[in-house]
Design a protein. Structure first.
Lengths: 327, 350, 286
């Protein structure tokens, strides 16, 4: 059953300098127990998507399209229903920086708060639940009364996971949960996330810029650029055999250790990720693309079939591979 | 710009030599760098890898004099570095540094031209013409990939992108034509797609001008991309060092093995996730400092090899001393028949 | 640098309240400057020079009426502006100079010097102002310079603390580390990095210190501690009260100096706040 579905989402921020189209027509779906990774760099719109699922975008933002949680459109919900759904239907695990948790409240209190907001249980029961959650994510129970600054980065990230699970949501959105963590701690946190996701059959949307992390944690993968999905498919395939030139560049940025082709050969793209307020014409990637054709400057391309359950938005994909299963 | 007279003859030994360097904080409570000896050759890129708290950043900060040494010596280009103002000044003509956060490392009130020229102005002899400075700044910007330089000289840091800011930092450091560049997580805060360009740029200075680089990073993929040698640090000590291909494809130390196993980009290794948090440099374990988290101790292998007591009680150095690939591990280098030679080290807090 | 100044000015100019305040301040300063040309010292001597009517309410000839000696109140207010503004500005200068020097030295050099300077600052901070002012004013010669000295001596500690904390904050910034790595000595660090980042704070602090100094001078003159040979707004208020202007209902005597004080203080404060907002890079939009 599809628990989270986004249909043709367009999100435009209003600012003094004009409209900024952050998301320009994104479709994705995550079913029960399924995992979808969303990869992209700064300005691509992935964090906007995370915020849009629970209607956490700033006031005045223009949102078009549908965001369906368990079949219900979040943007058609009345305020009461929305409040009820937030955190119980879907929850977000944010980056564990010091400012994601209230610095002047004990960690246990913050989890209890989430429980008390949504369920009619006593304070004691809430505290017991907070304790259970902390233990489940691998934090000793006595840390309930600690403040965020007394914990390490890895521990804070676990607290955020516990917080997200406080109301037993069906959908979990992880927004850069392991960025800024040491590689060993990152592995611990990822293992925890995978374990919890399997145990509770959560629909997981994992958002990050680290493509290689997604290949292990997620079954499917979508790559975003300039507010659109430019490639999607089974994560292994997308990482090892990317079809879109941008995905190729992004994958090459995480070299496989032991692979002779990347030894002493750092691969990168010229230019910078595009400013959503000033997007290039045609295919937004054409400026940095090594295989751009003249028509790429004028014609933007939609996602096309690229074989093997993959789709990519590039002129070089699909046209000459109709019906083929491989490239 | 004329080069200053180098004191002493230029030896053909290693460019940088660290001997038993120790850096302590809090009056000896925190051993951030706990006896490190290291050589870096000319035109060589050394990747210094490890987790937070291992001392890698403290080590390079102490090389450039931003942290005082508690003990030990640093030799650059054959000349020992003295900690006084003149010594440090001379040092900074040969050794330069770029930082992890290119936005924070640039004064927002100074133009890019000012930022790149800052080093030149500091070291400028009285009377050097200003016109020369503009030419050097332009050349440095162009070499760092910011072309045409005129477009950037008058701009402010917040007007250019993150990757460009890092190039400004690189231009500012290389404008002094140092022989050694220290890079503290040079691409960690940059977008993934542009990291390759910055790394290639760094490599270009090495290949073209024979500059040496020490790159501090937690990213083993970066080491694979540009490093000639890799040194792995744990709690203030180097636990493994050797040619990059050897260390990354054939790691000997259990810590290196575990680190590599959890890197998503590795192929063919089973994941060994170490438990516990990254350890605290104010409480360094006795014996081999890795023993509380070592998989070999945890799964009994160390006991089977008969070394577990040494792991818990005897500290050790990198062995074998003369080989290119060295490890500090009892399992790799069991005691010699003539009996163990425990290493005498300064007492530390447990 | 130039670009910073012009963009700062543009932002300031768009703040209507700031512009009105600036206009008011300029008007008062002009008034203070032109006073010697439109009147002479005789007009404020404590004798009845002419046959001016005493306690006269405002008329065509005396715009703000006359006082108990028949002197023009308007002229007194004008002469008073010179003293109030001069003392306000001079005392502020003293405050800022001492405070900045102490703050930068303590913040930058740290260690023992910082500890000693800060204890010294704390000592001055806790001295109660009014008793000290009264004691000093009585012991020293009664003149404008004494007032300037008294205000300066008692106001510098808060500036020092402010400057010191800003210096500490800037010192820990990464670009200062970078400058050190490049080989910068202390002089370079202070001149190129610390001071320019502390200066906006000092400027805003100055603009807010002036009205405090003016009010302080007014208070001291009102209490009779000022220079007896000079007229200031505070002394006018003092005389007005002593001579019974309130019971007489001679509002033209005590209201003008009061209104002048309020206007100047308000104008400085509003302008100072606007300046602070404009110069603080954190509040600046990118």
């Amino acid at each position: 059953m599809t628990l989270l579905e986004i249909r043709d989402l367009h999100v435009t921020y209003r600012s003094e300098r004009g409209d900024v189209p952050a998301v320009r027509g994104v479709n994705l779906a995550v079913g029960e127990g399924d995992t979808l990774g969303l990869a992209g760099e700064s300005g691509c719109g992935k964090s906007t998507i995370a915020a849009s699922v629970l209607r956490l975008l700033p006031k005045g933002t223009d949102v078009r399209g549908e965001v369906l949680l368990g079949g219900e459109d979040v943007y058609a919900m009345k305020p009461g229903r929305l409040r009820a759904v937030r955190w119980t239907g879907a929850a977000v695990v944010f980056q564990g920086a010091l400012h994601s948790l209230n610095p002047v409240k004990k960690v246990g209190w913050q989890i209890e708060e989430a429980v008390l907001l949504h369920t009619k249980v006593s304070g004691k029961a809430a505290r017991a639940r907070a304790q259970d959650l902390l233990v489940r994510v691998g934090i000793p129970a006595d840390r309930l009364d600690h403040y965020p600054h007394q914990m390490s980065g890895g521990q804070r990230q676990r607290v955020l996971i516990a917080l997200a699970l406080a109301c037993d949501p069906h959908v979990l959105i992880a927004d850069e949960p392991t960025t800024a963590l040491d590689v060993m701690v990152q592995a611990q946190v990822l293992a925890l996330l995978e374990e919890l996701q399997r145990e509770k059959a959560l629909a997981l949307l994992f958002i990050t810029h680290d493509l290689s992390v997604l290949t292990h944690t997620c079954r499917r993968l979508a790559v975003m650029y300039a507010g659109r999905i430019v490639e999607e498919g089974p994560s292994e395939l997308v990482f090892t055999d990317p079809q879109h030139p941008y995905s190729r560049a992004l994958a090459a940025a995480f070299p496989t250790i032991g692979d002779a082709t990347s030894r002493m050969n750092p691969q990168g793209l010229a230019g910078d990720p595009p400013d959503p307020a000033a997007l290039p014409t045609g295919c937004p990637f054409h400026i940095r693309c090594a295989v751009a054709t003249p028509e790429c400057a004028t014609v933007d391309v939609a996602l096309r079939d690229a074989g093997g359950e993959r789709r990519a938005a590039c002129v070089h994909v699909g046209a000459s591979h109709v019906g083929d299963g491989h490239v | 710009m004329s080069e200053p007279v180098v004191s002493g003859p230029v030896v053909s030994g290693p460019l940088l030599s660290l001997t038993n360097v120790q850096v302590q904080f809090g009056g000896g409570r925190v051993h951030a760098v706990d006896t490190v000896s290291l050589d870096v050759g000319r035109g060589e890129v050394l990747a210094l890898v490890g987790e937070s708290g291992c001392g890698k950043t403290t080590l390079i900060r102490s090389i450039i004099g931003l942290e005082p040494l508690t003990s030990g010596t640093i030799t650059v280009d054959g000349a020992k570095v003295t900690g006084n103002a003149r010594g440090l000044r001379a040092l900074r003509r040969k050794v330069q540094m770029i930082f992890q956060d290119p936005t924070g490392a640039l004064n927002p009130r100074h133009t890019i031209g000012d930022a790149v020229a800052e080093g030149l102005r500091i070291h400028r002899k009285r009377g050097t013409a200003k016109g020369d400075e503009a030419a050097v700044v332009g050349a440095a910007l162009a070499e760092a990939g910011l072309r045409p330089p005129e477009r950037f000289v008058g701009r402010y840091p917040h007007e250019v992108s993150g990757g460009q800011r890092q190039r400004v930092l690189i231009a500012g450091a290389m404008a002094l034509h140092p022989k050694l560049l220290l890079a503290d997580e040079p691409v960690a805060s940059l977008d993934a797609s542009i990291r390759g360009e910055i790394l290639a740029l760094m490599r270009s200075y090495v290949d073209r001008d024979g500059v040496s680089i020490i790159a501090v990073t937690h990213d083993l993929g970066l080491a694979w991309n540009i490093a000639d040698r890799v040194a792995v640090m744990y709690l203030g000590r180097i636990v493994e060092i050797g040619p990059a291909e050897d260390v990354l494809r054939n790691p000997q130390h259990p810590y290196t093995q575990a680190l590599l196993s959890v890197v998503p980009e590795i192929e063919g290794m089973e994941q060994q996730i170490l438990t516990g948090e990254t350890p605290d440099p104010s409480r360094i374990p006795s014996g081999c400092r890795f023993h509380p988290r070592c998989p070999l101790v945890a799964n009994g292998e160390a006991e089977r090899l008969g070394i577990v007591d040494r792991c818990r009680g005897v500290d050790l150095e990198l062995e074998p001393q003369t080989a290119p690939h060295r490890v500090a591990c009892h399992a790799v280098h069991p005691p010699s028949p003539t009996g163990p030679t425990p290493v005498e080290l300064s007492p530390r807090a447990t | 640098m130039k670009r910073n100044v012009s963009s700062a000015w543009r932002r300031l100019a768009s703040d209507k309240l700031a512009m009105i305040s600036l206009f008011v301040l300029i008007a008062f300063i002009v008034m203070a400057i032109v006073t010697p040309w439109v009147s002479s010292r005789e007009d404020i001597n404590p004798v009845n020079t002419g046959d001016n009517p005493t306690w006269a309410s405002p008329s065509r000839e005396f715009l703000l009426g006359t006082d108990y000696l028949g002197r023009s109140v308007a002229l007194q207010v004008m002469w008073g502006s010179r003293v109030s503004l001069f003392v306000g500005l001079a005392a502020t200068l003293l405050t800022i100079v001492i405070g900045t020097l102490v703050g930068i030295t303590a913040g930058f050099f740290g260690g023992w010097g910082d500890a000693i300077l800060m204890r010294f600052t704390d000592w001055f901070l806790v001295i109660p102002f009014l008793p000290t002012a009264i004691v000093l004013a009585s012991v020293l010669e009664r003149s404008i310079w004494t007032i300037v000295f008294v205000i300066g001596i008692t106001s510098w500690p808060s500036t020092a603390r402010l400057v010191r904390s800003q210096v500490l904050s800037v010192r820990s910034r990464l670009y200062v580390d970078r400058a050190r790595a490049l080989g910068a000595g202390r002089a370079h660090l202070i001149r190129r990095h610390i001071f320019p980042n502390v200066l906006p704070l000092i400027m805003a602090s100055t603009t807010l210190a002036v009205p405090i100094s003016i009010l302080t001078e007014t208070t001291l003159s009102f209490l009779g501690l000022g220079d007896p040979t000079e007229v200031s707004w505070g002394s006018i208020l003092n005389e007005a009260r002593q001579k019974g202007a309130v019971t007489r209902g001679a509002w033209w005597y005590y209201m003008p100096p009061g209104v002048a004080i309020v206007m100047v203080v308000l104008a400085f404060t509003l302008f100072g706040r606007a300046l602070e907002t404009v110069l603080d890079p954190r509040l600046r939009e990118r």
